[in-house]
Write a protein that binds this ligand. Structure first.
Ligand SMILES: Cc1ncc(COP(=O)(O)O)c(C=O)c1O
Length: 383
């Protein structure tokens, strides 16, 4: 029997000096996202079945199964980072709108956008490249489903299968960069922090929406976690609030949980298969690590089976969740069985929880969105 990866972070009141300095927020990113075709706040859906099961006041799921025309949240980061990187390359200020950025891309120095991906980020980058009329070159790890590769190719990008695990694909993409290329990678390492920081700024849009939709900050938020950039955005957003943050990873790729337990970044072996492909990362982003170490309340690993169980419950509530998206619900369920976790996460009867469902199942429901009894109370609107 394998032990479940689990770690509790430093008590915040006991370790205030560990908090790193504030990183500027992505205030302009939200305005830029609003300029993109089809921008709308994604739904925040109540799941009373989980609230009753966990004996908490409420559970809401941020449903990212349809974000700016794609089935995952990743385009929030890719779009803003491309704006920042391409405008910096032309020594221009960031563009206020997508139309301005397209204009800059057609008149500035030609560029190929490059990244490594385990799926969603690469597709988002490829979609943005298409919108901007730029070529894209995407490196993928071994074992990515054919349908995922086809989805990236359908955006017009060149896909290169590296036959390696995700961490090695990231290295190959970085090594391939020439003067004609711009690397837009969603993880950071020493010497490469600007672009990943802009990606994290782009993710801030999701948390700003949750604040508006929930009318306040939750007691706890659960975040599906790969390299930890989305987690970094959550930790940054809630840094001044009492909101507890739980990172959820596959048991076979729990690098954030292992690092939290060790008190230093630890790389884990990710060669085992997981259905949670987007979370199958072995190394924590260096930019995210100081915040994770100082502020993360807990990390936990979940199995593919647990994620599938959670996806079925969310489907009943009208949320279309893929394996990574449902990991957050699976993580809370699993945490309830781990000694010390309920206290560390503040899961008492007064708690209001938010779970990030970061991707759809890839099989959009009839009608293209939420369905079922909960759909009427979905908090969703255009803004
Ligand atoms: C659907 C989904 N959820 C969550 C994540 C985790 O994001 P991060 O790698 O920043 O931790 C990813 C990353 O690719 C993803 O595709």
């Amino acid at each position: 029997m394998t032990l479940r990866p689990f770690a509790i972070g430093p008590r915040r009141d006991a370790a205030p000096t560990l908090m790193p300095a504030a990183i500027p927020s992505g205030a302009d990113a939200r305005a830029f996202h609003r300029s993109m075709p089809g921008y709308a706040r994604t739904p925040l859906v109540p799941v009373p079945e989980l609230a009753a099961r966990w004996n908490v006041t409420s559970v809401h799921v941020k449903d990212e199964s349809a974000r700016l025309g794609l089935p995952a949240f990743k385009i929030l980061g890719a779009s803003w980072a491309e704006n920042r990187a391409l405008s910096a390359r032309s020594a221009a200020p960031p563009c206020a709108t997508l139309a301005e950025l397209a204009e800059l891309a057609s008149s500035g120095t030609p560029a190929t956008l490059v990244t490594a991906t385990d799926g969603n980020h690469g597709r988002a980058l490829a979609r943005m490249a298409r919108l901007l009329g730029l070529p894209a070159r995407i490196y993928v790890p071994d074992g990515l489903p054919e349908s995922t590769v086809a989805a990236i190719e359908s955006e017009g990008a060149t896909v290169l299968d590296t036959d390696e695990i995700y961490d090695a694909a990231v290295v190959l993409a970085a090594q391939s960069i020439s003067d004609d290329d711009v690397l837009i990678q969603d993880t950071s390492w020493p010497g490469y922090q600007g672009v990943p920081g802009w990606i994290v700024d782009g993710y801030a849009t999701m948390f700003a929406e949750i604040d508006e939709q929930a009318g306040g900050t939750p007691a706890m938020i659960a975040v599906p976690t790969g390299v930890g950039s989305l987690l970094q955005a959550a930790l940054q957003h809630y840094r001044q609030s009492p909101t507890r943050v739980l990172a959820v990873e596959p048991v076979t790729a729990a690098c954030v949980t292992a690092s939290l337990a060790a008190g230093k970044p630890v790389t884990v072996d990710t060669s085992a298969f997981t259905t949670m492909a987007g979370l199958n990362c072995g190394t924590v982003s260096t930019l995210a690590w100081p915040l994770i170490r100082a502020r993360l309340d807990a990390g936990i690993g979940v199995t593919d089976g647990e994620s599938a169980w959670a996806a079925a419950i969310l489907r009943n509530a009208g949320v279309d969740s893929g394996p990574c998206g449902a990991a957050s619900a699976a993580g809370v369920e699993a945490a309830r069985g781990v000694p010390g976790a309920i206290e560390a996460l503040g899961l008492d009867a007064s708690a209001r929880l938010v779970l990030l469902s970061t991707e759809g199942s890839g099989t959009p429901q009839a009608g293209g969105g939420a369905s079922g009894t909960a759909a009427n109370s979905v908090i969703s609107d255009r803004s």
